[in-house]
Design a protein around this ligand. Structure first.
Ligand SMILES: Nc1ncnc2c1ncn2[C@@H]1O[C@H](COP(=O)(O)OP(=O)(O)OP(=O)(O)O)[C@@H](O)[C@H]1O
Ligand SMILES: [Mg+2]
Length: 421
């Protein structure tokens, strides 16, 4: 201890030397120009174009039925940001254009990892449309019926983006509701239609194989695939962020190129942007005037090509399973994998300590599969041998592409909130 008083003011008035505008690096920031996604934006516009016009007066001037589209692509390729920008621009364009025969369209972006049930999705849309709507006491099916009724009465359109849709379809009931949402206009006369269009976003390249055939045929193969960004595309995206968010003297072209080369393995724009931001932070902490390669190297340790929110949004049970695995791997640094039995034992211990009810083997196994689906763990089935003879199979578990210390930190920071449920 040096005995000097902690000076809060010193930190508050400390000026950024490299970062000009921190908001430019926040996840909710949407740049007005999405470089290298013009093609995808124009595909969206042509696909939904017909839905904005009313049917001719001869057909009653009613709205057209909605359309559905799937968007597929791996992490950080701009799926969310492109759809958000499209939806918000469409909503804006369709305001007050009744004289052009254009209907009003309301856009809703729903993250199905956060709003994990149809009930939550429908309540949040209904609350926006009708703030006084009495939500309690309804089932998800009833809420859907109300939603259709309200949209029909208003003679407007609804464009709902169900982002990370996989989280809603884990049970067959989830698929049934999606089916009802898509086919609600069947058997309804043209004048009575409600227009609800859907954009389903998934990272899973095999998404369609999980859909039951009726649902698959309804989605009628309308898919836009987002390809990973190339080196030069990523460089342009980084340059745009750097120009807006950093002081001109705080970075060089060579630094942007170095970050791009690192992110180029996955073509992931989120990773590239976060690495740039963290490098700027490291440089500022070290009171440097501009970002240097060493700052990028340091920053790289703390940026991972996986979203922290995937871990922090896990249920308390899933967090406990993951925590058990992380603790075991941390204790035994020489092993990349541990056995299911070991994780189960640790999990039981953690449940007692954190007042969670330990689940039975079948449910525990489902938790492991869920974590694997979310890309957090790797499961490897091995045949075991005893005295040269096969003696069964065992499953080994490891952590995918995520440093154990970082995972423990994330889980522990969150444990106070999760251990109470
Ligand atoms: N073409 C682009 N121009 C500018 N910024 C972009 C572009 N594409 C992506 N980004 C930025 O990269 C980050 C990741 O984009 P986004 O969240 O849309 O990815 P995603 O494909 O939805 O990823 P995930 O599957 O992980 O949800 C965001 O900060 C976004 O603003
Ligand atoms: Mg997304």
């Amino acid at each position: 201890m040096d005995g000097s008083k902690f000076d809060l003011k010193k930190y508050f008035i400390k000026k950024h030397t490299i970062i000009k505008d921190e908001q430019i690096f926040e996840p909710i920031y949407i740049p007005e120009c999405l470089v290298h996604r013009e093609k995808e934006l124009s595909l969206l516009a042509s696909y939904f174009k017909s839905t904005i016009y009313k049917n001719s007066i001869n057909s009653g001037g009613s709205v057209k039925s909605g359309k559905q589209l799937i968007i597929q692509g791996s992490v950080g390729l701009g799926k969310t940001v492109v759809v958000k920008q499209f939806g918000l621009t469409l909503e804006d364009y369709c305001q007050n254009r009744a004289e052009d025969n254009i209907i009003r369209i309301s856009f809703f972006h729903m993250n199905c990892r956060r709003q994990r049930s149809w009930y939550l999705i429908f309540t949040s849309i209904l609350r926006h449309l009708v703030p006084a709507f009495p939500i309690r006491g309804f089932s998800a099916d009833e809420l859907l019926t109300y939603l259709i009724k309200i949209v029909k009465e208003r003679n407007q359109g609804l464009l709902i983006c169900l982002d990370e849709i996989d989280y809603l379809l884990t049970e067959s009931k989830g698929q049934d509701l999606l089916y009802s949402l898509i086919r609600h206009h069947e058997g309804v006369s043209l004048n009575e239609q409600a227009q609800i269009s859907l954009i389903l976003i998934t990272r899973n390249p095999h998404f369609q194989t999980f859909l039951d055939p009726a649902l698959l045929s309804s989605l009628s193969n309308s898919v836009i695939i987002f390809e990973p960004y190339t080196y030069s595309q990523l460089l342009d995206i980084l340059l745009q962020r750097a120009q807006r968010g950093l002081n001109e003297r705080g970075y060089s072209d060579d630094i942007l190129k170095a970050i791009t080369s690192i992110a180029n393995k996955s073509g992931d724009a989120r990773y590239a942007i976060e690495l740039l931001w963290r490098s700027a932070k490291v440089a500022e902490q070290q009171e440097a005037k501009e970002i240097e390669f060493e700052h990028v190297r340091k920053a790289q340790i703390s940026v991972f090509p996986i979203k922290h929110s995937i871990v922090t949004d896990l249920s308390p049970q899933l967090k406990s399973v993951l925590l058990s695995l992380a603790l075991l791997l941390k204790c035994d640094k020489d092993r990349a994998f541990v056995t299911t039995k070991e994780v189960r034992e640790k999990y039981n211990e953690i449940c007692i300590y954190s007042q969670l009810k330990p689940r039975k083997q079948t449910q525990f196994w489902l938790y492991l599969q869920e974590l694997e689906k979310q890309g957090l763990v790797e499961l490897e089935v091995h045949n075991t041998h005893h005295n040269g003879k096969s003696s069964g199979r065992t499953t080994l578990i490891g952590i995918s592409d995520f440093p154990v210390d970082e995972l423990l930190h994330l889980l522990e920071v969150n444990s106070s909130s999760s251990h109470t449920s």
